[in-house]
Design a protein around this ligand. Sequence first.
Ligand SMILES: [Zn+2]
Length: 272
Amino acid sequence: MREQNGEKRKTNQCRAESNGIKTLPDHEIKTILRGADDLIMSGGRGMLAKILAGSKDKKLLELELDDSPVYGAFKGLTQKEILAKIDWMILHDFLDIDYDGRLPLLVFTDKGWEIERDTYTDELMDRLIEAAQHQLYEFVENLKDRNRGMIHLLLDKIAVSGKKDFITILKAWQIIEYKKVKAKIQEVIDILEQIERPLENDSDQDVLSFSANKKWLSNPVEIRKKLEGNVWCSSCRDAVQIENYVVKESPHGIILEGKCRKCGGAVARFIE
Ligand SMILES: [Zn+2]
């Protein structure tokens, strides 16, 4: 296999060089890797080029590869131009070719998979939220028996997102999983349940805890405006306007934590 790969690399090197591609932008690298994901150990560079071109190839449609989010992403380019990009990816160790008998099939290299895993988990997060919104909990069946590293990355990202909207669908997912993944999902649910639900505000940077926010809003608007415009900034050594603030609960009142409009430094104001 190594020998074969060595030879193949050389062939691709000539090809890529003759096509004059020096480098590919990050978004194209991600696009090609995303396209390859549906072909790993099942298709080759020709089929990948067809997906990216948005081809109506009969076999492609049969395999429903037109469902790929990058189907047609390189529409307008010739098959030859797209193949040159794919070969650049192989030459630069993002993709590799493995052989099933004599059939050359695409595989990810570690470097390529690391990038694709990131792209793919972002996509899964969007699809999970959408499924949760439409109560299509059976979507979780798609997550079973998947690459473990990817599933862990997905769960870590969900935990970091702090979005409580994931909790119900995580519980549905938990039901069908094995012990280890089940436990990991529970950890994420616990994290999300501890997070206070953010409220909608003019700026999505404003995350207001519910009860602190209620106290804050119980002040008449002109009082709130006055307080917002009278926050001490230690850098400016002046009373300044606070912006992008969050309202936090404290034992004796609430605290506004935000930025100084003048210098951007951190400022806070306690309100009884
Ligand atoms: Zn300042």
